[in-house]
Design a protein around this ligand. Structure first.
Ligand code: GLA
Length: 768
């Protein structure tokens, strides 16, 4: 809902308000972004009375007003505002800008041309500003969304100037918060190490987080949030997949300025006279605490961003052959995997890289989508039919934006790759990027995909993107942005042609997991790192801004290919189940016991899938407290709590479950998910229970452990919701080096567990 009263505008959602007004000097200011407001808001309008000391005042008519003393919604240099400007334009040099309010309109929302637009936009406020001296118009757009607790913001600029005008920065959002002790939570990392949370205090030094890699990138995700000392959280994201920047700084008056938008370090967009240029959409989410802020983003992404065709659809359980076979597969090998996957309860079989051209390694063939008949004599259709006959959906890997220098496509069209004429281009994973801004290139990619998707029985594609930009002329300050808009146009066309296709976003893992891509993709591959401990860190970062129904998590071989750390399948499942579950390993190397374990995990997941994928997430205890991570996913009548620990402590004593968000009037039946503990983990101690002597790594232990393991602890009972939410439930006693008991939890280093708390409907009915 958007209300206008005199020169003030109140954007109101169920749990937050955004209150913006026009100051006497015609500058829009935001007096409140935070908890909900109602009633008479006139006294909230920020109106400074005396300008401190030597501050530059804006004009003589308003000696009480100086720009640094206002919570500005747009900021430019030249009139006494010394914080980072939100708009920068260049003509013959940098233009001295000064936008003032002209008019406003509350309207039915209009789509931003060229970008993906979130659904369910309810109302739109447009503030029209002008800079007459420079012949410029600026529009600030604000959007509300039906039943969502977020605000959308973007900016539009129109130049009526004669001569060359370059846009060097147009922030999507410029906001000044008057909150003390804000801390920035940013998500940073690299390949196989995405979404690490970095927390730093906001000070007067400028904090810059940006990506100039050509994509949103794994170095810094566009999602971040600010927490205040009272626990309130202010989250920000962009519906954009290209270069981005987030700038934060506190000015002497106590305002923290927050800017986000397209990265300005590599941006110089030539404006066409009288033609508008739009920034991408920024999304602002508020919560009185972190859980509420996260819930606002989860709900918005699920209902407004992710493709409508699968909005509430449960995501299928995937098998992907990548870590199981890499490039080394043939039809017989795949058939054996298909049979095993079907037997275990898998629902979607995905064939990864290596099915086309001469692609036996990552040095060639990207761009040549001719199916490799040596590996697949009955082609893709033969395999998809086989998978379908086994009751599963079929998925296929593509890397549509890439081209290998060793490919027929490159030999025919070297100019289709992004590179600078006459210079040897830099390769990334032995490949180049196709220049999608060229219509003929986009068209080739579209035709290649669409011909396979139309006839080969493909239900799902994994769309990969495995390198960053290089070799772009510095003078091409518009290229990276044009590339992203061309990518969106291509994705839109494909989505329109194949609305029911499941699509997974991947960029060497999580290098382009952002709201722009998730406007077209149902899920995203979180990371190429499938080690459970690494994943616990990565996932707990990503889930702060992105809902679990789009986070694709795979259980892989016990010895991680990325860290060489060994963890049980049980632990890997305990981490992977908070999201979209999948398996990625050589299923034919599993022992009978492991097969049983995995089939059990899949059945367990199917029962709780709705909660695992669509539940309300809460971080209950972070690793930093006690080396353990407790997280919660709350569904309709059940709660799952997952536990992961760093290192097993000697005789570690006792602990309780942290306070879980339970219904205080209900009773809950609880149980631990049963796991199997490998005999090997007990070393020579097995001899304490074995009738015959067993050697620690001996043949007999090896043979035995193929069929039998030790059952994990027994832990079940009932507990009141009030006791649960008071944090009163004792955690099972853990291994203390003294002996075994059926109730003793042997969780080990980097180990985990999942607990289910089921709301006892019977008891509730009785009470009523
Ligand atoms: C990237 C992806 C992997 C896999 C390989 C195939 O690294 O992230 O999951 O698909 O490419 O080459």
């Amino acid at each position: 809902m958007i209300e206008k009263k005199e020169n003030a505008y109140h954007l109101r959602t169920a749990r937050c308000s955004y209150f913006v007004s026009i100051s006497p000097i015609g500058k829009p200011i935001c007096s409140h972004f935070g908890g909900p407001l109602s009633g008479d808001l006139s006294s909230l309008v920020f109106s400074p009375r005396l300008v401190p000391g030597r501050t530059v005042v804006y004009d003589q008519e308003h000696p009480e007003i100086a720009l640094p003393c206002l919570p500005l919604e747009v900021s430019t240099r030249g009139k006494g505002d010394f914080s980072t400007p939100s708009v920068i334009l260049e003509g013959e040099g940098l233009l001295p800008l000064d936008f003032v309010f002209k008019d406003s309109r509350i309207q039915t929302p209009e789509a931003i041309p060229g970008y993906p637009n979130p659904r369910n936009a309810e109302q739109e406020l447009v503030l029209f500003l002008e800079d007459n001296a420079n012949h410029l118009e600026l529009e600030l757009h604000y959007l509300t969304y039906r039943n969502e607790n977020v605000i959308g913001r973007y900016s539009r600029i129109i130049s009526h100037r004669a001569g060359k005008t370059y846009l060097r920065r147009l922030s999507s959002c410029c906001l000044s918060l008057l909150k003390q002790n804000l801390a920035l939570h940013a998500y940073r990392g690299g390949w196989i190490d995405e979404f690490h949370e970095e927390i730093c205090p906001v000070t007067s030094s400028t904090l810059l987080s940006s990506s100039a890699t050509g994509s949103s990138g794994d170095l810094r995700n566009p999602f971040f949030y600010l927490s205040s000392s009272s626990g309130e959280c202010f989250g920000f994201n962009l519906v954009y997949s290209g270069n981005h920047e987030e700038i934060l700084e506190k000015n002497p008056m106590g305002f923290t300025r927050i800017l986000n938008g397209i990265d300005s370090s590599s941006f110089a967009y030539p404006l066409t006279k009288d033609q508008p240029f739009d920034s991408p959409l920024a999304v602002l989410g508020y919560g009185k605490d972190e859980t509420e802020m996260t819930a606002s983003f989860h709900s918005f992404v699920r209902r407004c961003v992710l493709p409508a065709s699968h909005e509430n659809a449960e995501r299928p359980i995937v098998f992907n052959n990548w870590e199981g076979t890499y490039f080394d597969f043939n039809e017989a090998k795949l058939h054996a995997l298909v049979k095993k996957a079907a037997k275990l309860g898998i629902e979607l079989f995905v064939l990864d890289d290596g099915w086309f051209g001469k692609r036996d390694n990552d040095h060639c063939s990207l761009g040549d989508y001719e199916i490799c008949k040596k590996k697949l004599p009955h082609l893709i259709k033969g395999l998809s039919d086989y998978v379908h006959r086994h009751g599963m959906k079929f998925g296929l890997w593509f890397e549509p934006e890439a081209i290998s220098p060793d490919s027929d496509l490159y030999r025919a069209h070297p100019d289709w790759a992004i590179q600078i004429d006459g210079l040897k281009p830099s390769l990334g994973r032995n490949q180049l990027i196709l220049d999608l801004t060229k219509p003929e290139v986009s068209d080739y990619v579209y035709r290649s995909l669409s011909s396979i998707l139309s006839k080969d029985g493909v239900d799902f594609i994994k769309w990969d993107y495995n390198r960053n930009f290089s070799d772009v002329l510095p003078s091409e300050g518009r290229f990276a942005h044009d590339y992203i808009l061309s990518l969106y146009a291509l994705l839109k066309k494909l989505r329109e042609q194949f609305p029911d296709l499941w699509m997974e976003n991947c960029a060497s893992g999580g290098s382009r997991n952002d709201l722009g891509m998730f406007s077209f993709f149902d899920t995203g591959w979180v990371s190429d790192n499938t080690d459970s401990l690494s994943r616990a860190f990565i996932q707990k970062g990503m889930i702060k801004g992105y809902p679990p129904c789009l986070m694709s998590n795979h259980v892989s071989a016990k010895t991680s290919h990325q860290t060489l750390r060994k963890t049980s399948f049980g632990t890997k499942f305990d981490v992977a189940c908070f999201g979209v579950l999948g398996y990625e390993m050589d299923l034919n190397a599993l022992s009978p016991l492991e097969e049983k374990e995995i089939a059990g995990e899949i059945a367990y997941y199917k029962k709780g899938r709705k909660t695992f994928q669509f539940g309300t997430y809460r971080l209950l205890e972070d690793f930093s407290c006690d080396g353990v991570l407790f997280q919660e996913m709350e569904g309709k009548d059940e709660i799952y709590v997952s536990f992961v620990r760093l290192l097993q402590q000697p005789n570690a004593g006792y602990r309780k479950f942290p306070a879980v968000h339970a219904d205080e009037n209900a009773e809950y039946a609880f149980s631990v998910r049963p796991e199997t503990i490998d005999f090997h983990r007990f070393g020579g101690l097995v001899n304490q229970v074995s009738p015959i002597h067993l050697k620690e790594e001996g043949a007999l232990v090896n043979l035995l452990s193929q069929y039998k393991g030790l059952d994990s602890e027994k832990f079940s009972g009932t507990v009141s919701g009030l006791a649960l939410s008071s944090g009163a439930l004792p955690f099972p006693q853990e291994w203390n080096g003294t002996g075994l008991h059926e109730a003793l939890a042997v969780i080990l280093d980097f180990g985990g567990r999942v607990y289910r708390f089921q709301k006892n409907v019977d008891t509730e009915e009785k009470k009523a």
